[in-house]
Design a protein around this ligand. Structure first.
Ligand SMILES: *Cc1c(COP(=O)(O)O)cnc(C)c1O
Length: 363
């Protein structure tokens, strides 16, 4: 029924879904263990008061940071929990010591709201060279460019919000560091999805997507030997959520992270193979891109409102996907896309159902 034993286990650890949930890129389905952690801590806060309850769990929170650190290549002391990825980026940009009108280089898949944060602060934004039509960064050209000119930092979405393209972050970090340029990585769509130990100076992300932790928790990690100077302020925090994220990370590690990444890549490949060539829709990633985030461009002439209507129609049929408007990745074009992001428990019948529904909407 499921495509792998891991998928079956992952499914069994969760309540039965009320629909075909193919939308992990918005928010993955949390496990019953994650929900229990959240619930138990809220009860404990009511029993002892929130501060005593949080002191009791200090060691567990440290262990949570350690486990998360093993996914992203950071030490626990370098990690702080935030409310969201957006909050992490804001905290970072507010604390970073930069010259007046700094320059940042980004990739074509840059997340629109991140560009807004740069614009609001008057940063000069430039796009890194692309190796192909999919928008992978061309690391060789980047290396050449960096010999002539260095931005104050490079910011890259490991995976963006409107494309399953996986950027070659470790190679970007290598050439950037050789030129003395720090790298900041948005891992909101990457953590718990693809390998994320990259050597980057700063990384940040969110709990609720591929890691399937709770909403309302994000993280920011700044290497001690980072090339950026940052002063990070602490903030009031959602301890139950942080503990629940820690449970989600522990469950992810227990699956075997490399095993999970391989299976998610296989899920993406199977999804793209199934949806490729349906009606006049077009799969926008290479078939074997190693991610489970899949985007489909609609037939020619479709407007954003038509894509939104298609998403609503799919929901009526019991399939949850995203209508991804162009604000998510404004440098990649005007196109609205359907974003399909199944997790490990996707079933072939769900993809068949999706393919059939899309085919009939194709004209
Ligand atoms: C979802 C997302 C974010 C924002 O995450 P929040 O936790 O909602 O702030 C940032 N970048 C990318 C690429 C995303 O997909």
């Amino acid at each position: 029924m499921y495509c792998s034993e891991l998928g079956e286990q992952w499914h069994a650890a969760r309540v039965e879904p009320a629909l075909g949930h193919l939308d992990s890129a918005s928010a993955g389905r949390s496990s019953s263990g994650v929900i229990a952690t959240l619930h138990q801590h809220l009860i404990r806060e009511a029993e002892t008061g929130s501060y005593v309850a949080s002191d009791e769990r200090a060691a567990d929170l440290h262990e949570g940071r350690r486990a998360l650190g093993s996914l992203i290549g950071h030490r626990p002391e370098e990690i702080s929990f935030r409310d969201s990825a957006r909050a992490a980026l804001r905290g970072l940009l507010n604390g970073m010591k930069l010259p007046i009108s700094p320059t940042v280089w980004v990739a074509k898949n840059e997340f629109g709201p991140n560009l807004d944060e740069f614009e609001r602060r008057d940063y000069a934004v430039r796009t890194m060279p692309e190796a192909d039509v999919y928008g992978h960064v061309d690391v060789d050209s980047l290396e050449n460019m960096l010999q002539f000119e260095q931005p104050d930092f490079i910011h890259v979405c490991h995976i963006g919000s409107a494309s399953g393209v996986v950027q070659p972050v470790a190679q970007i970090v290598e050439v950037a560091h050789a030129a003395g340029v720090p790298v900041v990585v948005d891992m909101a769509q990457a953590v718990g999805h693809v390998p994320t130990v990259t050597g980057a100076d700063v990384v940040y992300g969110t709990s609720r997507k591929w890691l399937t932790g709770p909403r309302g928790v994000g993280f920011l990690a700044v290497r001690d030997d980072s090339r950026v100077e940052v002063a990070i302020e602490s903030s009031e925090s959602f301890i139950a959520g942080q503990l629940a994220l820690s449970t989600a990370v522990a469950e992810f590690l227990a699956m075997g992270q490399q095993h999970a990444y391989r299976e998610l890549a296989a899920v993406g490949r199977m999804t793209r193979e199934r949806l490729h060539g349906i009606g006049s829709w077009e799969v926008m990633e290479p078939i074997d891109e190693p991610s489970a985030l899949v985007t489909l461009a609609p037939p020619p002439g479709w407007r954003p409102a038509d894509v939104l209507a298609a998403r609503d129609r799919l929901l009526e049929l019991g399939l949850l996907v995203t209508a991804a408007d162009s604000w998510r990745a404004p440098l990649a074009g005007e196109q609205s896309l359907l974003r399909v992001s199944p997790h490990l428990d996707v079933r072939r019948e769900q993809l068949d159902q999706l393919a059939t529904a899309i085919r009939t909407m194709g004209y």
